[in-house]
Design a protein around this ligand. Structure first.
Ligand code: MN
Length: 489
């Protein structure tokens, strides 16, 4: 059987995180309030209503373009894309066509070979969202125009993606970047971020791309991967059986795990694009573009690389701590607090990536709770108590968890509850004598030559002191008490 090459391009629609809609100043909070309460003559498309561009949305889209390494075009033009559907009251969507806002960028993902791989970005353009249809059980349909006119960015990749897995990683990477710069909520379930996948296959000997099939409106990372994988196999099977691939639009049926033909694909001319006569061209001078560049925060990949270089973090830790911008900020605030008490950035990374993330997960809490649950200062306190050997590691973990639950300062808790490490040899000798008395059998094994048995006895001492015994001293005290094991046995 022939091997086939897979070619995928993604068109991602992302709602722009603005308070107002794209062209009329209505609230863009389409999910809030009753249906059809956030509408105007513009979002209803009434004759004679004139659109006014939301410049904040344009700014955020330009930021997005820059974050995706695109060029911001000095002049871009809105266009009308005509089609008839009940969720589109004007009979056309205002979008951009031949002259989009941003062009020719790239996003770096991890390729299937584990190497960094750049997926080209064809364009980022601005358009408006449609209304929403609700299909009722009795066969009737209701329409809510609250979403009509909500600002959207369409991010179109080049056909550079080579597998379902790469498509998923690309989509995830886009979400990470959009959230990072604050232009999108990242909420796939609500449809704030959704994608269409163009999929084709061809034999390696064939230069020309195979006929492409577009899978519409995929709204989860898992579905992207599954839908593309299914579609690739469907096309290969079709070709192997001697058939041909028809260019068409298909939908993903998650329940059955298949793509289903919806309609034959329209070509651009079916949409009768022409420049929107009611909106003048967007014109940006170099100064405006430079100001957007200056406002761009350090992006996740750059920050990951800096964490590795500046704090000697492993790539894995650096990646974990830069998945979301608030996490990266929280980590760096903790580094500042930790290094001021003599601990290292890696200590901070270990406690955040280990204990803290585990506790958040156990409590089903998101990373937005990090600083509230555990102020950076508290982590620094734990690290300082450990560094000065005031507490043991066991106590440190307990303390960390209690602090997480109660929101109280670990240093204060140590002072209040007397959790200090026991390094007093008289006190430890007494504990050791009790443990030896209670575990004569283990003591006999130890004396008989099973030197590892001492671990158990140390453990018993830790238990008896609620984790406060200095483990090294506890061990030494036991060894002194029991003498050297009989190595001859
Ligand atoms: Mn679109």
């Amino acid at each position: 059987m022939t091997e086939y090459l897979t070619t995928v391009g993604l068109e991602v629609h992302a709602q722009v995180n603005t308070a107002a809609k794209m062209f009329d100043g209505c609230s863009a909070d389409y999910a809030g309030g009753d249906p059809n309460t956030r509408i105007s003559v513009v979002s209803l498309g009434l004759p004679g209503a004139l659109p006014v561009v939301n410049m904040h949305a344009i700014e955020l889209a330009a930021m997005t373009g820059l974050a995706l390494n695109c060029t911001i075009q000095p002049v871009s033009i809105f266009a009308r894309k005509s089609y008839i559907y009940p969720d589109l009251p004007k009979g056309y969507q205002i979008t951009q066509y031949e002259e989009p806002l941003c062009t020719d960028g790239w996003v770096e993902i991890e390729g299937d070979d584990g190497q960094p791989y750049r997926v080209g970005i064809e364009r980022v353009h601005i358009e408006e969202d449609t209304g929403r249809l609700l299909h009722m059980p009795d066969g009737s349909s209701l329409i809510d125009y609250n979403r009509s006119g909500v600002p959207l960015m369409e991010i179109v990749s080049k056909p550079d993606i080579r597998s379902p897995e790469e498509a998923k990683r690309y989509f995830q990477k886009l979400r990470q970047i959009l959230l990072w710069i604050g232009v999108n909520t990242g909420n796939l379930e609500e449809g704030a971020l959704r994608c269409d996948a163009n999929v084709s296959v061809r034999p390696p000997t064939q230069q020309k791309y195979g006929a492409k099939v577009e899978i519409k409106n995929i709204n989860s990372f898992r579905f992207v991967e599954r839908a593309i994988a299914y579609e690739v196999q469907r096309q290969i099977d079709e070709l192997e059986a001697g058939g041909t691939i028809v260019q068409e639009t298909r939908g993903w049926n998650e329940a059955q795990g298949i793509t289903v033909s919806q309609r034959s694909k329209e070509s651009a001319h079916d949409y009768r694009y022409f420049p929107e006569p009611d909106i003048p061209p967007l014109v940006f001078d170099a100064e405006w573009i430079a100001a957007r560049v200056a406002a761009m925060p350090e992006l996740p990949d750059a920050r990951r690389d800096r964490f590795m270089a500046e704090y000697s973090l492993s790539r894995q830790d650096a990646e974990l701590l830069t998945t979301e911008r608030p996490v990266a900020d929280y980590f760096e605030a903790t580094v500042t607090a930790a290094t001021s008490v003599g601990a290292t950035a890696r200590d901070a990374a270990t406690w955040i990536g280990g204990e803290l993330f585990r506790l958040l997960k156990d409590h089903n809490e998101g990373t937005e709770q990090l600083a509230r649950r555990m102020p950076p200062q508290y982590i620094a306190e734990v690290l300082e108590l450990l560094g000065k050997q005031t507490i043991t590691r066991t106590v440190a973990k307990q303390l960390f968890e209690e602090s997480f639950h109660e929101g109280s300062s670990p240093a204060a808790m140590v002072a209040e509850r007397g959790l200090k490490q026991i390094s007093d040899s008289d006190a430890l000798s007494e504990v050791a004598r009790n443990v030896v008395e209670q575990h004569q059998k283990v003591v006999a094994e130890y004396r008989g030559g099973k030197s590892s048995a001492i671990q158990f006895l140390v453990g018993q001492m830790m238990k008896a002191t609620k984790g406060q015994a200095n483990p090294q001293l506890a061990r030494e005290t036991l060894e002194a008490l029991l003498g050297t094991p009989d190595s001859a046995a």
